[in-house]
Design a protein around this ligand. Structure first.
Ligand SMILES: Cc1cc2nc3c(=O)[nH]c(=O)nc-3n(C[C@H](O)[C@H](O)[C@H](O)COP(=O)(O)O)c2cc1C
Length: 245
């Protein structure tokens, strides 16, 4: 259709990297492309921590749930929702700042996600592979200490970047009709569409694993909604100044 749309539709997460380094000028322009993302009220509420120290990288891999690709990729970035810079700037400009508002948390988290996705697409457009690492929220306290994150900053996720040493298939998505609703929210077709998608995902998993992974999309969702997922996040966010007022 057009090369950008083709690129977006060919995305797949990469979890095995060659040891090759990304040239520094390319790395820099990928990050600058990240900065061009739209940003709520021009607040630019994201900071990226580039983990260069190999020992810190090893610790990050451990703290993110023992994900080896965090240590093995060419570059690992932690995207932080960052309200500190703008709170300080507004205070210097004379504002009596209100902190801890839920909306500020949303703004900063969305900004971090938009910047990261620009970085991801820019990297993929240059032939690199990426993988988001939500595992950084497994241990946000120790990670924030390791990265010396101040109040009003929290790590949203990490991003592995490097040259792919694998060529996984593109993972299917729900049919567009399932997520695109006309004029109002309607869920009448949900169960049929999900059933069909479960079949699609079951075939995908079976093929990908030579018959070993016999599961569906719905079954894969179960841990998300049975156990309490990362129950430490509420307290952690409050401690970082995101009290959700
Ligand atoms: C915010 C976020 C966090 C993620 N965290 C992890 C992670 O910690 N480890 C991992 O291997 N993949 C992680 N992923 C990758 C997803 O598992 C992956 O995007 C999803 O299964 C769809 O597959 P695809 O990216 O290959 O299309 C994460 C993705 C997102 C968007």
């Amino acid at each position: 259709m057009n090369p950008v749309i083709d690129l977006l539709k060919s995305h797949r997460s990469i979890r095995k990297f060659t040891g090759q380094s990304i040239p520094r000028d390319l790395f820099r322009s990928i990050l600058e492309a990240g900065q061009s993302a739209a940003t709520s009220n021009h607040v630019q509420a994201c900071s990226i921590i580039h983990i260069r120290d190999p020992e810190k990288r090893r610790q990050m891999a451990e703290l993110a749930g023992g994900q080896s690709y965090v240590a093995d990729c060419s570059d690992f970035l932690v995207f932080c929702a960052d309200m500190k810079r703008s709170i300080d700037a507004a205070a210097r400009a004379g504002a009596e700042v209100q902190t801890g508002m839920t909306e500020q948390h949303i703004v900063a988290t969305v900004d971090a996600a938009l910047m990261a996705q620009n970085v991801a697409v820019a990297a993929e457009s240059a032939g690199l592979g990426i993988c988001y690492i939500g595992g950084v929220r497994n241990n946000p306290g120790p990670i924030s200490e390791l990265l010396e994150l101040p109040k009003f900053v929290y790590p949203v996720f990490g991003l592995c970047m490097g040259y792919a040493d694998q060529d996984p298939e593109v993972k299917p998505r729900l049919p567009l009709e399932a997520i695109l609703k006309e004029d109002r929210y309607h869920s009448d077709e949900d169960s049929r569409q999900v059933r069909e998608f479960d079949d699609t995902m079951n075939r995908y998993y079976l093929e990908r694993t030579g018959g070993n992974k016999d599961t569906t999309w719905s079954e894969q969702l179960m841990p998300l909604f049975t156990g309490k997922l990362r129950p430490h996040m509420r307290e952690f966010l409050a401690k970082q100044g995101f009290e959700m007022k």
